[in-house]
Write a protein that binds this ligand. Structure first.
Ligand SMILES: [Zn+2]
Length: 411
C-alpha cells in the first residue's frame, strides 16, 4: 500500500498539469432541449461554450407561458440565434412573444427563416417583431454555435424540388420548411419542422431529396408531429435514428399516427413523445410518453436522453489497440478518484465503469492527442449525475485487441 501511494504521488507530481486538465472535461456537453409546447415544436440548442439557437417556439401564447419561463430556469436572458422552420402557427406563433419579452437587442446575431412571406396575422406579428434581425437562411449555410457544434441548413424552400415564388399560393407551407442538421463530434441530430414526405394534391415529397444531405443521425426530431404525410421510408431508412422525439399535444389531426410510430420502431428507433397526443400508441417497450420536455445531453463518446444512456459506438472515441496500464487512486475512494491511463500516445480513450451486476454506470473520455499518459477523474456519479451507492465497481479501459479491467471500491 505504501509503495503504491508513493508511486502514485510521483506520478501525480509528474503529471500535475494533465490532472488539472482532466478534472473538468467530463461535464462539458451539447444540450438540446425539446421543450414541451403541446401541439407544436420548440427546440433550444446550447453548445458547450454557451452558444444558443432557439428553433421554433410553439403556438401563440406558448412563448410567454412556456418558452420564456423555461429559458429563465436555465438562466438564459439572451440568444445568439432564433430560427423558424416555417410560418405555421404551431411553430412560429410564440417567437414574437420571446423576442418582445427579451428585447430584440437580446438576439445577438440573427433571426433566420426561409424568407418570402405568409398570409396570417400570426406571421405578421412574427415578421414585425423580428424585422431588425431577420435574415433569410440559404441552403448549406452553416451556423457555428461554438465548442465544435454546427447547425447546417440541409433544406429550405423545397431543396431544389420546387420553383419560386415560394408562397403558399404555389406550394404547401410544409414543403418549404427549413431543416437543420446539428453536428457535434460523432453526434448528429435532425430537426425539420413539418417537412413534407409525400406527393399529393397538397404536398410535394421534399424528404426524399433531402435524405442524402442528412445521412445517418443519432436523434431525429420527427417531422410534423408524427403525421403520415411525413417520415417516409426513404427518409427514415436513410436517417436510421437510434432515438426519435415526437413533439405533440392534443390535436384534431390524429398525431402521432400509428403508421409512423410503427415505422420508426421497425427501423430500430426508441421513441420519446412529449405528450400523449390524439393518435396511435407507441408499441410496448419501444418508447415512452414523457409528459413534458425531452432533454438530450451529448458528451464525447455518448449521449443521454432524459438521463437514458446511449453509446455513440466504438467510433465515437477512437480506442487504442493495446492499452498498457490503468492505475487507480485512491482505491478505495470517497468523493472522487483519478484514473491514470498509460501507453496510448496520440489516441483518445474511453473508460467504462460498471456495477457488480454488469450494468454500465458511466463512461469517461480522455482526449489524448499527442500525449502518452492521461489522467481522468470520476466523481462517483452515474451518467445521469446521481451519486452511486457505496460498493464495488469495475472499470474497463477497452482496446481493439483486449482490455484492462480493474476493481474500484466506493466507500
Ligand atoms: Zn407543426
Amino acid at each position: 500500500m505504501k509503495t503504491t501511494c508513493l508511486r502514485m504521488l510521483t506520478l501525480a507530481l509528474t503529471l500535475g498539469l494533465l490532472i488539472l486538465l482532466g478534472a473538468g472535461q467530463s461535464r462539458a456537453s451539447l444540450e438540446i432541449h425539446c421543450i414541451d409546447v403541446g401541439q407544436g415544436d420548440c427546440t433550444l440548442i446550447i453548445s458547450p461554450t454557451g452558444g444558443t439557437l432557439l428553433f421554433d417556439a410553439g403556438t401563440n401564447g406558448r412563448g410567454n407561458d412556456t418558452v420564456i419561463p423555461y429559458m429563465q430556469s436555465l438562466g438564459l436572458s439572451a440568444l445568439d440565434y432564433i430560427g423558424s422552420s416555417h410560418y405555421h402557427m404551431d411553430h412560429v406563433g410564440g417567437i414574437d412573444e420571446v423576442v418582445n419579452s427579451l428585447g430584440i437587442d437580446s438576439v445577438r446575431v440573427s433571426v433566420l427563416d426561409r424568407g418570402w412571406s405568409y398570409t396570417t396575422i400570426t406571421y405578421q406579428d412574427y415578421a414585425n417583431a423580428v424585422a431588425p434581425k431577420r435574415t433569410t437562411i440559404v441552403d448549406n449555410q452553416v451556423i457555428d454555435l461554438g465548442g465544435g457544434v454546427t447547425a447546417t441548413c440541409v433544406t429550405v424552400n423545397g431543396n431544389g424540388a420546387l420553383s419560386p415564388p415560394f408562397l403558399s399560393s404555389n406550394h404547401d407551407e410544409n414543403d418549404m420548411c427549413v431543416g437543420l442538421l446539428v453536428e457535434y463530434g460523432d453526434f448528429d441530430f435532425f430537426v425539420g419542422g413539418d417537412l413534407s414526405g409525400v406527393n399529393s394534391s397538397s404536398y410535394s415529397d421534399i424528404e426524399t431529396p433531402t435524405a442524402p444531405d442528412v445521412g445517418d443521425v443519432d436523434v431525429y426530431r420527427v417531422d410534423h408531429h408524427g403525421s403520415s404525410s411525413n417520415s417516409n421510408t426513404n427518409f427514415v431508412s436513410t436517417l436510421l435514428p437510434e432515438v426519435s422525439i415526437i413533439s405533440v399535444g392534443s390535436n384534431s389531426y390524429g398525431h402521432p399516427t400509428q403508421t409512423i410510430l410503427n415505422r420508426l420502431v421497425s427501423y430500430g428507433s426508441y421513441i420519446y413523445q412529449t405528450e400523449t397526443g390524439s393518435g396511435g400508441t407507441i408499441p410496448a417497450g419501444e418508447g415512452e410518453v414523457v409528459g413534458g420536455h425531452v432533454v438530450i445531453e451529448v458528451f464525447p463518446g455518448y449521449f443521454t436522453v432524459d438521463g437514458d444512456f446511449y453509446d455513440l459506438g466504438i467510433s465515437g472515441v477512437e480506442v487504442a489497440a493495446q492499452p498498457l496500464s490503468l492505475e487507480i487512486s485512491p482505491n478505495p475512494f470517497f468523493g472522487e478518484t483519478t484514473f491514470y491511463l498509460g501507453g496510448v500516445g496520440g489516441r483518445d480513450l474511453k473508460l467504462e465503469i460498471y456495477d457488480v451486476q454488469g450494468r454500465l454506470v458511466n463512461v469517461l473520455s480522455a482526449v489524448g492527442a499527442g500525449q502518452t499518459l492521461q489522467a481522468v477523474s470520476w466523481n462517483g456519479r452515474s451518467v445521469a449525475g446521481s451519486p452511486v451507492a457505496p460498493g464495488v465497481y469495475f472499470v474497463r479501459l477497452g482496446g481493439e485487441t483486449g482490455n484492462v479491467p480493474r476493481k474500484v471500491v466506493r466507500r
